[in-house]
Design a protein around this ligand. Structure first.
Ligand SMILES: Nc1ncnc2c1ncn2[C@@H]1O[C@H](COP(=O)(O)OP(=O)(O)O)[C@@H](O)[C@H]1O
Ligand SMILES: [Mg+2]
Length: 605
């Protein structure tokens, strides 16, 4: 039985004009017009039997002059039905009662257009419920489906997404602060982690997601200054990113001041000396197969102390000349480079790179590191935790882009080097993406190289089974090239006009009008559009079982308590030691804010 069994007197009106995917309906039924709203769904008779065209209401026009006229002549019997009341509709798909052996199928294609005078019916009540069921059961495979929540239009219908397309074609989650991005992310991760072999990485910039629990979830934290002395290592969920994993570009961005007139020589020497040191390492370990093809960027350990010593030697070198001793080629040119390098090597905040524990300097360590980040639940050593949450809250903001992008690019590189048959797809979820996938480049080379890694993943990730989920409260500050590669949008409430227009530009033309609802969405309510969703839909995101810890401070409530707070001394201590650990251990604290995120000048939340 068809779900669209309308009788002609239920019609809103009939088609007056048709464009490629837009239809203007002249309204006959004023009662129905009054109930009509923008973004509601309607169905039109198609020229083919058993097929219907489904559309979204874009614009409702009621001719005011005519309306007045009508009111004035309300008694005159011979008043013709209103012609100037129109509804403009964007066609979005076709409903087929039967295709092959399947019944009731919805497709995002338009194989026919409606004919002039075809009837148009609003989809409401039971029709809506039934239609939503058809839409959300589009994917009749046996695997558990991805559902973010229920449709606002019909709270009884689960809004299922095509999860394959969601991750294959990359996704964006945007919304103003407090609109529900983190909860949506948690909801997404929860469902990935429930699968037997889920595989994802979340870049948790503020340490909000430590509350996520379950067998499928594993937590890592980039080592902070407080982790350097302990034996806290990979097995304890503490991540170090030893300097030997940095690419040449990253080293130059971090160590060389491009305005220095010696910059070219400094860069050249970094390359030369790092390559040489790597060569010595490989020779000592008899890795002949690697020696043949390695470059400065090869992930091979080396000794930075050795490089530093060589730079110092070159900087002070005297050589024999025709008239006795003279200064060497690089004499005095490397002083600033050496100073910068030594600074970094001793900066405790960068200890996770430059003072990484001994184990991370071993050749075999990279394998373990990559394995813990790259493989799904089944393939983890303990058979758990395919969803990896990495807490970056102790990473200083100036190197944040470098660290995040380095990890992302390693994941991508390993996916690329994995034989096709063995690739296990992985999703990379980037919270606060505007901080490291920026639209405007400022602050030098670090951001530029971070961006280049993410652009690469956005463009080529699909081929290698690496999916991106870009999450941000400022879509207008996230790189356009990366955004334009994303085919799925979860847009929560968005109040800033600039941000709205970015979303508008990314939507197909026929749906551009939907941007109008962005500022009025409720908390946790989203407009979901894209490959993964057959219908652009307004979805109420369901609450995740474990809520992220947004660390929102309840100003008024805190001010209203009379409990004394004894934490300033501890905060001063933590600041001096550059470690928030002591503070974290202090359970009496109502809302400890890690010192690390206070240091971060450009953090928005
Ligand atoms: N799906 C939802 N349902 C109900 N309340 C929600 C939902 N999502 C978010 N909220 C509320 O909004 C607050 C902010 O959500 P959050 O995800 O931290 O926002 P954002 O990450 O966008 O800043 C939450 O603490 C919660 O109270
Ligand atoms: Mg958030």
């Amino acid at each position: 039985m068809s779900i669209f069994d309308f009788s002609d007197d239920e019609a809103l009106g009939s088609v007056r004009a048709v464009d490629t995917a837009t239809v203007v309906v002249g309204v006959d039924n004023l009662e129905l017009l009054r109930k009509m709203q923008v973004n509601r769904l309607v169905v039109l008779q198609s020229s083919r039997a058993g097929q219907y065209l489904v559309g979204i209401v874009q614009k409702i026009t009621r001719d005011p002059a005519k309306a007045k006229e009508l009111a004035a002549s309300i008694d005159s019997e011979d008043q013709e039905p209103e012609e100037k009341n129109t509804v403009r509709i964007s066609l979005i798909g076709t409903f087929l009662e039967k295709i092959g052996t399947r019944q009731n199928v919805f497709r995002r294609t338009l194989e026919t257009v409606p004919e002039i005078d075809a009837y148009c019916f609003p989809i409401e009540g039971e029709h809506l419920t039934n239609f939503m069921k058809v839409v959300s059961h589009h994917d009749d495979t046996k695997t558990p489906r991805l559902s973010l929540g229920t449709y606002t239009l019909d709270q009884n219908a689960n809004a299922y997404l095509n999860a394959n397309k969601f991750f294959q074609r990359h996704a964006v989650i945007v919304g103003s602060t407090g609109s529900g991005k983190s909860w949506t992310t948690a909801r997404l991760l929860e469902q990935i982690s429930a699968l037997p072999n889920g595989n994802a990485i979340l870049f948790d910039i503020h340490g909000e997601y430590h509350t996520l629990k379950g067998d499928g979830i594993r937590h890592f934290r980039i080592a902070g200054p407080g982790d350097l002395e302990g034996l806290q290592t990979l097995d304890h969920g503490i991540l170090h990113l030893p300097y030997w994993l940095l690419a040449y570009e990253d080293m130059v961005a971090m160590l060389v001041d491009r305005d220095d007139r010696n910059a070219p020589n400094q860069s050249m020497l970094i390359s030369r000396e790092v390559t040489e040191s790597k060569r010595r390492y490989l020779e000592a370990g008899k890795h002949d197969d690697i020696l043949a093809n390695f470059t400065v960027d090869s992930p091979v350990p080396y000794s930075l102390a050795e490089v530093q010593a060589e730079l110092v030697r070159l900087n002070t070198e005297m050589v024999d000349g025709s008239r006795g001793q003279k200064q060497g080629d690089f004499h005095g040119q490397l002083s600033r480079l050496i100073a910068r390098l030594e600074n970094k090597m001793h900066d405790r905040r960068l200890g996770f790179m430059f003072q990484a524990p001994h184990e991370s300097m071993e050749f075999s360590w990279l394998e373990r590191f990559a394995k813990s980040l790259m493989v799904g639940t089944r393939d983890q050593v303990d058979g758990r935790g395919g969803v990896k949450v990495i807490d970056f809250s102790e990473v200083p903001s100036d190197v944040l882009p470098l660290v995040v992008s380095r990890i992302a690019s390693m994941v991508f590189a390993i996916a690329q080097w994995t034989a096709r048959a063995y690739r296990h797809p992985i999703a990379i979820l980037c919270d606060e993406a505007h901080l490291y996938i920026p639209e405007r480049l400022q602050g030098g080379g670090i951001l530029a190289s971070a961006l280049s890694y993410f652009e690469r993943i956005a463009k080529e990730g699909r081929k290698y089974g690496v999916g991106l989920v870009v999450i941000s409260q400022r879509p207008s500050e996230v790189n356009r090239t990366v955004l334009s590669q994303c085919s799925n949008f979860v847009a929560l409430r968005l109040t800033n006009a600039e941000d709205q227009s970015v979303v508008q530009r990314l939507l197909p033309d026929s749906l551009g009008g939907m941007v109008g609802i962005l500022p009025v969405l409720d908390t946790g309510e989203a407009l979901v559009v894209g490959d993964a969703s057959l219908l652009p839909s307004r979805i109420q995101i369901a609450e995740p079982a474990n809520k992220p810890d947004s660390g929102t401070v309840e100003f008024w409530d805190c001010w209203a308590t009379d409990e004394p707070a004894e934490h300033v001394a501890a905060a001063v201590m933590a600041w001096r030691r550059q470690s928030a650990l002591a503070e974290k251990a202090d359970k009496k604290q109502a809302k400890p804010k890690p010192a690390a995120s206070k240091r971060r000048g450009n953090a928005k939340e």
